[in-house]
Design a protein around this ligand. Sequence first.
Ligand SMILES: Cc1cc2nc3c(=O)[nH]c(=O)nc-3n(C[C@H](O)[C@H](O)[C@H](O)COP(=O)(O)OP(=O)(O)OC[C@H]3O[C@@H](n4cnc5c(N)ncnc54)[C@H](O)[C@@H]3O)c2cc1C
Ligand code: FES
Length: 255
Amino acid sequence: MKKVTDFHVVEVQHLSHDTFIIVLQGTEPVIAVLPGQFAEVEVPGSPEVFLRRPLSVHGCDPVAGTISFYVKVVGKGTARMSELLPGEKVSVIYPLGNHFTILEEGRVLLVGGGTGVAPMLMLANKLKKAGAEPVMIIGGRSAADIHISDAYHAVAEMHVTTEDGSLGVKGRVTDHPLLKEEFNFNRIYTCGPDPMMKALSAIAREKGVVCEASLENTMACGFGACLCCVVKTTDGHKCVCTEGPVFDTTYLENW
Ligand SMILES: Cc1cc2nc3c(=O)[nH]c(=O)nc-3n(C[C@H](O)[C@H](O)[C@H](O)COP(=O)(O)OP(=O)(O)OC[C@H]3O[C@@H](n4cnc5c(N)ncnc54)[C@H](O)[C@@H]3O)c2cc1C
Ligand code: FES
């Protein structure tokens, strides 16, 4: 059940000039979040940014009472978030949306591109605990876009692609041998730019496995009222904010 809660900023960890992880401490017990669920986060102290910003939950520790987000600065809201100081109050509505399916066995592929990396660590943790074998590919333009800590290596077999070849395999995630001749997975989970996810969906279809994609359609209300986030499915239009963000791509039209 979703709720609106005040959190206090614990820290903003800057990973690069435009990417950061913000850790928040709850002022009341923190609800467990499932991988793929998101939050609508207030941007405090920025009167021109009046709408909350949707962010995938990167980490959630109900015992410590913390929640974290992996964010890229793209505009005024995310820029202001990157400047928040320890102790500042942030209102968060969470947990929102559905979540990735947690398989209990088999080798599964997680692919994150850009800020689509955000839910992947939590997903890999859950899959590993459930009994599956997570393998992850993180893609970026260059090495500067790749931010993987030891925590990733602890839960998944890690692979990297960069378009300029400065780290890992040169090219896009779909150029990785794991997605070509070495393909050996039960399922693909992905989050990132639509063209990347569509290409992965096509590979999954060809290999006969399910692809679950977390969509990041632009959102306003975040609770199914404004219809600005709709996606066309084989079962009509669906709101990404309430019926997603995670979809089995078989049911997405033109995917
Ligand atoms: C379910 C969901 C989960 C998300 N999770 C994350 C996350 O974990 N980390 C993260 O950094 N971002 C995530 N996003 C995207 C994030 O919400 C936007 O980047 C943010 O709202 C931009 O706010 P802003 O005020 O900084 O930029 P704005 O001034 O609102 O926009 C600046 C630019 O970014 C573009 N933009 C805005 N929203 C999106 C979007 N959803 N997708 C692509 N481009 C957009 C605008 O078109 C504009 O060009 C998520 C979005 C959704 C819907
Ligand atoms: S954001 Fe308003 S309906 Fe989804």
